[in-house]
Design a protein around this ligand. Structure first.
Ligand SMILES: C[S@@+](CC[C@H](N)C(=O)[O-])C[C@H]1O[C@@H](n2cnc3c(N)ncnc32)[C@H](O)[C@@H]1O
Length: 242
């Protein structure tokens, strides 16, 4: 199945973008807790590693695409940049995020509505761009990647963190079981949305992994692309330059 056609509610009348926004609005209040429970907290270290790579170019104006509740933007703030803009299509997720920013007193982060595929910032605008667990949800991956390329400054880095698939057969078997059975079960019990965590498994399975995703980046003109596998390959950091 093509990854673009994997949608949260499998409703042919509504675009993927609207279904994704609705799904994240539905789970926004439980997102952070469920994220930590389901990943046993390891996702935090993954953002740290990504930001360490981002720091290599000392970015001052950073864009966090698909910011959700703002965790990647908050991690980027440790680099002390002048400004971080987080964009998302789910207002519900950003309401939770803005509350966190207020409590942390992080005044250099601003969260605003924005769709990766149609963001209208000027060309060559951002020093660095990060996307955490967002690209898999884009309605049109190519459009999203090429628009991010347009607004990234020459020499700037795009860092993408995304779930992937392990290659070791034992880890793969366990991961498939965890993702397809355990995650939807816990998701169903603790979030108001029955489909959200089944969609997670389906979308991870259908999405291009590792070298396949690097090929997508290369197709969209990115240079010096490489990826690092995380935790037996269940996730990966993709790094690309303009
Ligand atoms: C799994 S959450 C990730 C949130 C956060 N980046 C993190 O690391 O926890 C995915 C987010 O992507 C957003 N999203 C999906 N498609 C998008 C798009 N085309 N443009 C902007 N945000 C999008 C969703 O609304 C959701 O908040």
């Amino acid at each position: 199945m093509l990854h673009d056609s994997v949608t949260p509610y499998q409703n042919k009348e509504t675009e993927k973008k609207e279904q994704v926004a609705q799904m994240f609005d539905n789970i926004a209040n439980r997102y952070d807790v469920l994220n930590s429970v389901l990943s046993l907290g390891i996702h935090k270290g993954w953002r740290k590693k990504s930001v360490k790579i981002l720091s290599e170019t000392n970015p001052q104006l950073i864009l966090d695409v698909a910011t959700g509740t703002g965790d990647f933007a908050i991690e980027c703030a440790k680099l002390n940049p002048e400004k971080i803009i987080g964009v998302d299509i789910s207002e519900g997720m950003m309401i939770v995020g803005r509350e966190k920013l207020k409590q942390l007193n992080l005044n250099n982060i601003e969260l605003q509505y924005g769709n990766a595929e149609t963001l209208s910032f000027n060309e060559n605008y951002f020093d660095g761009i990060v996307v955490g667990f967002g690209v898999r949800n884009f309605q049109n991956l190519e459009k999203g990647l090429s628009n991010l390329y347009r607004i990234l400054k020459p020499g700037g880095q795009l860092i993408i963190l995304e779930f992937s698939y392990p290659t070791n057969i034992f880890v793969k078997a366990f991961y498939t079981f965890y993702l397809s059975v355990i995650t939807p079960l816990i998701g169903k019990l603790f979030s108001k949305d029955k489909r959200a965590y089944s969609y997670l498994a389906e979308s991870v399975k259908a999405f291009p992994h590792n070298q396949q995703f690097i090929n997508e980046l290369n197709k969209n003109k990115y240079q010096k692309t490489y990826f690092k596998k995380l935790f037996f390959g269940i996730a990966a950091i993709y790094v690309a330059k303009k």
